[in-house]
Write a protein that binds this ligand. Structure first.
Ligand code: IMP
Ligand code: MG
Length: 183
């Protein structure tokens, strides 16, 4: 079972539920009178975005962007990001919130922000479930952050390793022997 490869649960299912609801309420309050577009960064954001949007009360639409990282091997990341799939609706003059699973070095969200800025949205904010500030290489200002976590490789609630573990309902630390062996 995938849960056997997790050494400890960092954020429990219950903690995630409570925090996601808080974030949804904060966003709903900030966009009481204006609509916005939620842009999920696939694949990592798929569960977070689904849960978040169910509790958002404001008028909003959903879109997705798919990125891939060049030279992503195991748990290390080269920092070069490629666009695999763009959003499918115009966002010029609209409020946009980018939803991602984790803000790590910052390369992915920096790339996504630069890309979406070129479409001239009215506003552009970030909502990330997790943030690992110790690993940051590019300074990114995220308005909505679920949990700040230490520098450990985590899986679950959408986050994967070699495309597995995304279905775990919590965020857990992947046992070192798993990524050390396969990396
Ligand atoms: P960035 O370094 O912020 O650009 O993140 C690089 C990519 O690695 C993103 O797609 C993240 O979703 C992913 N990533 C970063 N840290 C972790 C982790 O601890 N577990 C799973 N994926 C991660
Ligand atoms: Mg991601």
């Amino acid at each position: 079972m995938p849960g056997d490869d997790v050494s400890k649960i960092l954020v429990s299912e219950d903690d995630i539920k409570v925090r996601v609801l808080e974030l949804a309420e904060e966003i709903s309050e900030n966009y009481k009178n204006e609509s916005f577009v939620l842009v999920g960064v696939l694949k990592g954001a798929f569960i977070f975005l689904s849960d978040l949007v169910k509790s958002i009360k404001s008028r909003c639409s959903i879109d997705f962007i798919v990125t891939s990282s060049y030279g992503l091997t195991g748990t290390s990341f080269s920092g070069k990001v490629k666009l695999l799939k763009d959003i499918s609706q115009p966002i010029k003059g609209k409020n946009v919130i980018v939803v991602d699973d984790i803000l790590d070095t910052g390369s992915t969200l920096n790339f996504v922000l630069e890309h979406l800025s070129s479409y001239e949205p009215k506003s552009l904010e970030i909502c990330t479930l997790l943030s690992k500030p110790d690993r940051r290489r590019i300074n990114i200002d995220a308005k909505y952050v679920g949990f700040t976590i230490p520098d450990e490789f985590v899986v679950g609630y959408g986050l994967g390793y070699n495309e597995e573990y995304r279905n775990l309902p919590y965020v857990g630390v992947l046992k070192e022997e798993i990524w050390k062996v396969r990396a």
